[in-house]
Write a protein that binds this ligand. Structure first.
Ligand SMILES: [Fe+2]
Ligand SMILES: [Fe+2]
Length: 267
């Protein structure tokens, strides 16, 4: 009898897919096969240092990215949607890398949850790429920010650090900034994009909640205090600032209370 495919092999296939359409298909296949019980709960394949990337977009260091307008003109809106599509594209890899690297340290419910998150990110990317196409552009048409993988590299060997930085700092920052972005698209009369971003931000509350809940369960297992442990990990592994304005209500509904971030925001 042939051995069934492992979870690790299925998530590695997502990370190894360079072409955006193939990455989305691999993400959906991994999530579906796991949900249907077709994958063995085995972590027998290592994750790559960096996921595969398509030839375009050209990846530029942050300081070489062209300045974006305020999103009023169509060109400005396309540039903003492109930047958001890139964030979602990298988010696909972040979700599956989290499973592949750390899934074996947690109960299977962890894999359940992050497979759903990975499928969400693939959907978010597909919605934004489709929106770009309906505006006459596409993902890859503009340069994109290199460096979104830095947080993954920095936390490649520590599950608590990964959860502390990726969902609880970076995705939580998305909760803070997205409402203003939605208002910008509404003000420009682009209700289609505003609706897509509203759907995305609702999903992202769940992602932050998942990150916080699994971080707290890892802290409980290690008998450490979640809030101060998180603050130490952020100081060690995150070079940016955790600063206001915060979307306190969205953070609160994700379980990320002020007890976590207040102390860091105060400096
Ligand atoms: Fe997303
Ligand atoms: Fe997310």
């Amino acid at each position: 009898m042939s051995e069934r495919r492992s979870v690790a092999a299925a998530v590695r296939a997502v990370l190894d897919a360079a072409d955006p359409t193939e990455k989305v298909m691999a993400a959906r296949a991994a999530a579906r096969d796991w949900r249907l019980g077709r994958l063995d709960f085995r972590f027998d394949v290592a994750m790559p240092d960096r996921p595969a990337r398509p030839d375009t977009p050209e990846l530029l260091p942050p300081n070489r990215m062209p300045k974006r307008g305020r999103g009023g003109s169509e060109r400005g809106r396309i540039a903003l949607i492109h930047a958001l599509a890139h964030i979602e594209f990298v988010a696909i890899d972040l979700a599956f890398d989290l499973i592949g690297r750390f899934g074996g340290e947690f109960p299977a419910a962890f894999t359940d949850e992050w497979m759903r998150v990975g499928a969400d990110e693939a959907m978010h990317f597909a919605l934004l790429d489709r929106r770009l196409r309906s505006l006459g552009s596409h993902y890859g048409a503009l340069p994109a920010h290199d460096g979104l993988w830095d947080a993954a590299t920095e936390t490649a060997y520590d599950a608590k650090a990964r959860l502390a930085i990726v969902p609880m700092v970076l995705e939580a920052r998305g909760l803070d900034v997205t409402p203003a972005t939605i208002e910008r698209f509404e003000a420009a009369g682009d209700m289609v994009t505003a609706r897509i971003l509203t759907r995305i931000v609702n999903d992202e509350v769940r992602h932050v909640r998942a990150g916080t809940a699994w971080f707290e369960s890892a802290c409980e297992a290690a008998r450490c205090v979640p809030e101060t442990t998180w603050q130490d990990l952020v100081r060690t592994h995150f070079r940016g600032a955790v600063k206001p304005p915060f979307n306190d209500s969205a953070r609160e509904s994700a379980g990320l209370t002020r007890a976590y971030y207040q102390a860091l925001a105060a400096g």
